[in-house]
Design a protein around this ligand. Structure first.
Ligand code: ADP
Length: 180
């Protein structure tokens, strides 16, 4: 499924983000940047030690990556050229600024992509795994943030792919994209 915004596409696929051949995939990282479970673990396994080494260097230089922000590394052994590590919010009931933090996470990842001139970027469903963000709420926040970036930024990527790992998450994003 796909929809265009100012000539730029948001595409939804069911699949594994580590297999995407795009300019950059986005990692649902944590503030330590030192790896974790879920999609983070899968990206580090597939990317190999080069990705973790770069994350360690960034961490040593700049400290932890705050929630809502993102940093860039190479893709190591991944088919994607780069990895944008974005830190989503942990769900704490919804009144702790979670929607704003989730939207900044997508915006800041796209800002890095725009600065680098990336044309194609793939996102997972940030925060809806271990971080517990309800998918029904995360889907519309994520899609709205990406659509508004694509509509307003001249240097935005021409194609943003959401790679959803399970059919329920895929169906939820599909419903949200339809009503956008
Ligand atoms: P968070 O800590 O931000 O919640 P998780 O990695 O736990 O991140 O989960 C985020 C989403 O990524 C979940 O929907 C999870 O099912 C999904 N996911 C896990 N592995 C992959 C993968 N290889 N490709 C794409 N999505 C994945």
């Amino acid at each position: 499924m796909e929809k265009t915004f100012s000539g730029r596409a948001i595409e939804l696929v069911l699949g594994d983000i580590t297999r995407q051949r795009v300019d950059a995939i986005v990692n649902a990282a944590n503030s330590t940047l030192l790896g974790g479970g879920g999609v983070d673990g899968a990206i580090h396994r597939a990317g190999g030690p080069a990705v973790l080494d770069e994350c360690r260097t960034i961490r040593a230089e700049r400290g932890e990556c705050p929630t809502g922000e993102a940093v860039l590394t190479g893709g190591g052994g991944l088919p994607a050229r780069f990895v944008i590590h974005a830190v989503g919010p942990v769900w704490r009931g919804g009144d702790q600024g979670e929607p704003g933090l989730l939207a900044s996470c997508y915006r800041n990842a796209l800002r890095i992509a725009a600065e680098r001139g990336f044309q194609s970027v793939a996102f997972p469903s940030i925060s809806t795994g271990i971080y517990g963000y309800p998918v029904s709420l995360a889907a519309s926040t994520a899609l709205t943030a990406v659509a508004s970036f694509l509509s307003s930024e001249a240097a935005a990527p021409t194609r943003v792919r959401f790679v959803l790992f399970d059919p329920v998450t895929f169906a939820t994003y599909a419903g949200a994209l339809e009503t956008l």
